[in-house]
Design a protein around this ligand. Structure first.
Ligand code: FDA
Length: 304
């Protein structure tokens, strides 16, 4: 119930405008967002790299309304890639939202921009992950991905275990040995398309993980859930030869103790580091995932 309310609020533009203008809220967002500028975010990358963690950058921003905005967002990412190429002590890949580079306007606009990103990243030996958004975008996202993957092997897809369709998608991605990040899914979806019960979402996650681990796909186990992580570790042991193609991924600011522990144990760990001034929907989805995080906000408000 609270999750649905928070997800609903995450989509409210007027509330967003109000919260973004509130200095204290900006300060709070820093728990999950690395900063508003690239310089601030690069400083965070350096710290994480020094702790043995890899990073993927998310330049915050979601669905854009015009072709020019989609092109601008793509240019921004190319600038990030250029900056990363020039940094000797900050290494990171990038994660993009397909609607940020035009998917909600026109599939071919997204294809064109994604090709520019894949090309720029390839020239620098870097990698681009296409995040997965709401279910209405899954077909188009995967079609852009498949079209480019034939040509660019430095791109990866994301699969959400809450979607009923995901097993079919995972089998297709595994057949192509395409890189897959497996997550549970963060959007509000109808029961016809998505599992609702935790037991079903987790069961689906574990099934999909088994399929991926038995394939040649590089796998990113994106979760903070102890059970998924334990099964992931067991599968890494069982498929020892795949170890270097498997990593855990977690969100910046979430379960930092566990992130450090997995690094100590020798597992690959990549932190998803969002930055930028459009942090509101991202921040609200993190609240929805774990309403206990609201306590952190309330405590900060009271202690203010
Ligand atoms: P679950 O939500 O069941 O949480 C398990 C435990 O983890 C909780 O009990 C709590 O202890 C801890 N935890 C989880 N979330 C927390 C939070 N916000 N704050 C504090 N503790 C928390 N989704 C999507 O739809 N498309 C995408 O492209 C991506 N990409 C992505 C990349 C990476 C690297 C990660 C880690 C996640 C995503 N997600 C995503 C988000 C994902 O779908 C999901 O919403 C969150 O990861 C939460 O799910 P968990 O697997 O952590 O399990």
């Amino acid at each position: 119930m609270l999750r649905s309310v928070l997800l609903y609020l995450s989509e409210q533009k007027r509330l967003q405008d109000f919260v973004l203008g509130w200095k204290f809220a900006r300060k709070l967002s820093r728990r999950f967002v690395a900063g508003e500028t690239l310089d601030e975010a690069i400083a965070v990358v350096r710290t994480l790299n020094a702790r043995g963690m890899d990073v993927t950058f998310d330049h915050l921003g979601e669905s854009v309304a015009s072709e020019a905005q989609a092109d601008d967002a793509t240019d921004d990412y190319i600038r990030i890639l250029d900056r990363l190429a020039a940094e000797s002590e900050a290494k990171a890949t990038i994660s993009i939202k397909p609607t940020q580079i035009g998917l909600a306007i026109d599939r071919d606009l997204c294809l064109r921009n994604m090709r520019r990103l894949a090309e720029a990243a390839r020239a620098q030996g870097n990698f681009v992950r296409m995040d997965m958004e709401a279910s209405c975008y899954v077909d188009a996202t995967l079609s852009v991905f498949y079209e480019l993957f034939d040509e660019y092997k430095n791109i990866g897809a994301v699969i959400q275990s809450y979607l009923r369709r995901s097993e079919e998608d995972v089998r297709e991605l595994a057949r192509r040995a395409a890189p897959v990040r497996l997550c549970k899914g963060a959007y509000k979806e109808p029961a016809t398309l998505a599992f609702r019960k935790r037991r079903e979402i987790d069961g689906s996650y574990l099934r999909l993980l088994e399929i991926l681990m038995a394939s040649q796909s590089p796998v990113a186990i994106a979760t903070h859930d102890d059970l998924m992580i334990d099964v992931g570790k067991r599968l890494i042991r069982e498929h020892g030869e795949r170890e270097s193609h498997v990593e855990f991924q977690m969100l910046y600011g979430v379960r930092r103790d566990l992130q450090a522990r997995l690094v100590e144990e020798g597992y690959g760990m990549r932190i998803y580091v969002p930055y930028g001034n459009e942090w509101y929907p991202y921040f609200m989805r993190r609240m929805a995932e774990r309403p206990a995080n609201l306590l952190f906000v309330l405590r900060a408000l009271v202690g203010k």
